[in-house]
Design a protein around this ligand. Structure first.
Ligand code: G3H
Length: 541
């Protein structure tokens, strides 16, 4: 069967979708959460179209999966004011609560969140086109992240529950919250990458305004009432709508203390500039990347192909950590490309719930066109399309295209494609790919493939000063979540990991006293009578 026929068959009618994955009713989400109250919106709404097209007779149309509120500036400001009130200049109920108590709130949220797994996973598939196993993994990984965050905070609290005496001064050093955090995650991990900033921000005592990404809104709806029920009023507030309408006023109000944003550096710059006192705004940013793989002549080619495939095309290449440029030594380039194409041919495409599917429809409306433009530009420069059916398109589906050789004159050489196009270039001297990494505007990760110990050792030291993770014979990736996730240059600001996130959403603060009898007696009395949450040797088991 031709690719065109296979693609045509991919779009099915609603009735043929397995019942457990079917979305019976579009979701009419009118609620938004402000100050512990789920308010009903009667203003303009945004219709959400799925990347999944459905067949009805001879027509194939994107499924309409729901609507969400397009709030105005007023509601956005109310949301941030509610967060400001709940923070109470650091004197509110939430920021002054003992750590052990805040942990209980988060534990209850996680417990109830697990009950909504089926709905959230289903919506992840319909809203962003992620395969069923990957959607389930995103949910489970997020729950696990919450559990690990709680354990890491207990550990942090235990080490802070002691006094330090140095140079005649007694001190107790702990971490305290920063204020109001604006959390904005990306569409490719709308649940996980929002929660990996929001949960640490909350558990450290900050209050939050949360705006879901433009694509990936409805999947949060099943969790809205949990935010209302599990946290005190004003601690979590949600806003929906056009970034320019609602996020601009939030930042220019000067009421946001921390911006936690995962998206493009262009938008991050726009957001940061709007704060009236930029030095007051802390930023935790995950931004653009163009991670390179470098395949050395000594590489185990089957392994390199397998990891480069996973690295470049998992979730259709829509990962900030994806391998977005492959450098292969000229001696093995032809072999690498033919094996890569052969393995890619085995990857199944289809709808997210189809058994064994890895390649799925793309959620951004113009993505297939953008991919086609990047490919056309490279082909015009003399590159060739190296895999069977590469670039075949049907509605929101774009079949991965492997393009070789991609010269510096092309857009694909430097531009982040964030989609299913795999640019490959060859090299003779190792200086060429190294220069590529050094000259890049980005500095997230790199993958090295080879078995020559001397060569690998020689490359590791210069590369760790260019990027923030050098992967050996392994694809680039964020996990495991206890590892630091960050980047240089235009790729990131701040470091995330289970334990690092607790640090970036808090500041060290201490109580100090000269070591003499009066102070010793005072401190001992305060600790013994448990009159302070801060000055305390209690620890959480
Ligand atoms: O989009 C960027 C994600 O942080 C990547 O995470 O490497 O686990 O897919 P991942």
């Amino acid at each position: 069967m031709s690719i065109a026929e296979q693609l045509e068959q991919m779009w099915v009618s609603c009735e043929t979708i397995p019942a457990e994955h079917r979305l019976d009713q579009p979701i009419e989400q009118r609620e938004y959460l402000i100050n512990g109250e789920l308010r009903n919106w009667s203003g303009p709404m945004q219709t959400v179209l799925s990347p999944i097209y459905l067949r009805a007779g001879s027509e194939v149309q994107p499924a309409t999966i729901g609507r969400y509120p397009l709030l105005s500036r007023e509601e956005a400001l109310e949301a941030v004011q509610a967060a400001v009130r709940a923070y109470g200049q650091g004197q509110g109920y939430w920021p002054t609560l003992p750590v052990g108590e805040r942990i209980k709130y988060v534990e209850e949220f996680a417990r109830r969140m697990k009950e909504r797994r089926t709905e959230v996973v289903r919506l992840l598939m319909w809203e962003i086109g992620k395969s069923y196993p990957d959607s389930a993994k995103e949910f489970d990984r997020t729950v696990e992240y919450i559990r690990d965050t709680i354990d890491a905070l207990k550990e942090l609290d235990r080490t802070s529950s002691r006094f330090t005496v140095a140079q005649g001064i007694i001190g107790q050093i702990r971490r305290a919250p920063l204020g109001v955090v604006l959390c904005m995650g990306p569409y490719n991990y709308p649940l996980n990458e929002t929660f990996t900033t929001m949960i640490p921000a909350l558990i450290m005592g900050n209050t939050v305004v949360f705006k879901p990404p433009k694509i990936g809104v409805l999947l949060h709806q099943p969790l809205l009432e949990l935010f209302r029920d599990c946290f005190p009023p004003g601690v979590v507030n949600t806003v929906y709508g056009e970034g320019q309408v609602i996020i601009g006023p939030l930042l220019s109000s000067g009421l946001v203390d921390v911006l936690a944003f995962i998206g493009s550096c262009r938008v991050a710059d726009l957001l940061k500039k709007q704060h009236p006192q930029p030095h007051r705004l802390r930023s935790v940013l995950g931004m653009d990347a163009k991670n390179a793989a470098i395949v050395l002549p000594s590489a185990d080619l089957d392994l390199a192909v397998e990891e480069c495939l996973l690295g470049s095309l998992s979730f259709n290449g829509q990962r900030c950590t994806a391998i977005k440029m492959i450098w292969v030594h000229r001696l093995i380039a032809d072999d690498f490309i033919s094996r890569f194409g052969a393995q890619l041919d085995k990857w199944k495409f289809g709808l997210p719930w189809n058994e064994g599917v890895r390649l799925t429809p793309l959620p951004e409306a113009n993505k297939p066109q953008k991919m086609a433009e990047l490919v056309a530009d490279a082909l015009q420069d003399g590159a060739t399309l190296c895999n069977r059916d590469g670039g075949a398109t049907s509605n929101s589906y774009y079949h991965p295209a492997v393009i070789y050789p991609v010269s510096p004159a092309t857009r694909l050489y430097r531009e982040e494609q964030f989609g299913p196009v795999v640019p490959v270039q060859n090299f003779l001297e190792i200086d060429e790919p190294i220069r590529y990494v050094v000259d890049s505007s980005y500095g997230q990760q790199v993958s090295l493939f080879g078995s020559d110990v001397d060569m690998l050792a020689e490359l590791i030291d210069p590369l760790v000063n260019q990027v923030c993770r050098v992967n050996i014979n392994s694809q680039c990736q964020r996990g495991p979540d206890i590892f630091p996730f960050t980047g240089r240059k235009d790729s990131a600001e701040g470091t995330l990991s289970v334990s690092d996130a607790l640090r970036v959403f808090s500041i060290r603060t201490l109580v100090a006293a000269k070591d003499h009898e009066l102070n010793k007696r005072l401190i001992t009395d305060i600790v013994r009578t448990r009159q302070s949450n801060f000055l305390s040797t209690d620890f959480i088991l």
